[in-house]
Design a protein around this ligand. Structure first.
Ligand code: GLU
Length: 323
């Protein structure tokens, strides 16, 4: 048995100064990996801070991972920086067509620090990647011995090794001793249709706008001339200052505008509040209900959908899966 390991850089690989570990060096530092019963087939793809990753890079990794599972790998592990892991995992989840586990992980403490968490995370990720129990779950983030679904996982702390959490649902499983224990199996959702091309992703510009106190909305001016879509991270249950409501309504006549919450947990509402700038007012002006999807993942989804040529009805239906 084998697991395909793709390395993309990040803290797990930062070995002091500008020195970064290769996949072979990463795996050599993991006690217990040799007893896994699976060989890790390493492909070093990138060696970058994860803020430099792109959707196109992640889609290329998915293509290579597809080849690996078609050639017999039981699952896939990707190591990368943690800063964008909640977004890259969701990209993968939208396009991964196989039942095989696709696991993303990283580290919060680099290998030069006391108690680096990279080796433990890599071992746990490899266990999940070769576990039959983790099949049919799409993309997973395995970190700190917890297993998170890509659609729910968030980076919630700047330094803690327990940074990854799923505020709306909790982890779907745990790695306990050498066992992968899945507690709940969320049904897979429809991904985006097809595999977007890099040029189409470049042409699908999606802005993320977080509303803030005493917001004049100046940044929204002219947005429809430069962008093809917008995600609004509203206050609380999906509210904005009343002065912004007509501005967002006008934008929604020209492009898909998705309403999400800036709070980090919970869903936007639909029909509780009626004030100008409330959720029911904004939905009535044509904004799309983002449901439980957080603003960052909503931006990923809207960009992928636009890049695959989906129209407003299909985009609305895709977001409805997250209600
Ligand atoms: N925290 C960074 C990331 O998410 C790590 C930076 C680095 O790799 O230099 O990638």
């Amino acid at each position: 048995m084998s697991v395909a390991l793709f390395t993309l850089g990040g803290t797990i690989s930062v070995a002091g100064g500008s020195n970064r570990l290769t996949g072979a060096e990463l795996t050599a530092a993991v006690p217990g990996l040799a007893d896994l019963g699976s060989v890790l087939e390493v492909q070093d793809v990138e060696s970058v801070p994860s803020g430099n990753l792109t959707l196109a890079t992640m889609l290329d990794v998915v293509d290579a991972a597809s080849k690996a599972v078609s050639a017999g790998a039981s699952g896939v592990v990707v190591t990368q920086g943690t800063d964008t892991l909640e977004e890259t995992a969701f990209v993968v989840d939208q396009v991964w067509p196989h039942p095989h586990p696709f696991v993303l992980t990283g580290a919060m403490r680099n290998p030069t620090l006391a108690g680096p968490d990279g080796p433990a995370n890599l071992l746990a990720a490899a266990r999940v990647a070769c576990s039959p129990a983790a099949r049919d779950l799409g993309a997973l983030v395995v970190f700190n011995d917890q297993i998170h679904a890509a659609r729910w996982v968030r980076k919630t702390h700047s330094t803690s090794t327990a940074t990854f959490a799923s505020p709306n649902a909790g982890p779907i499983g745990h790695v306990v001793e050498d066992q992968v224990r899945i507690l709940t199996k969320p049904a897979r959702q429809d991904g985006v249709p097809g595999r977007p091309e890099a040029a189409d992703l470049d042409a699908a510009r999606v802005a993320l706008y977080t509303v803030t106190l005493d917001d004049d909305g100046l940044l929204l001016q002219g947005l429809a001339d430069t962008h093809q879509g917008l995600v609004v991270a509203g206050y609380g249950v999906g509210h904005v200052p009343s002065a912004l409501a007509p501005v967002l309504g006008a934008l929604a006549e020209r492009m898909p505008v998705v309403l999400t919450s800036r709070t980090g947990g919970g869903s936007v509402l639909r029909s509780t509040y009626k004030a100008v700038g409330s959720e029911s007012d904004l939905l009535g002006r044509g904004l799309i209900d983002g449901g439980f999807l957080d603003p960052y993942k909503a931006r990923v989804l809207l960009r992928l959908l636009l890049a695959t040529g989906e129209g407003l009805d299909e985009i609305t239906a895709a977001f409805a899966q997250h209600h």
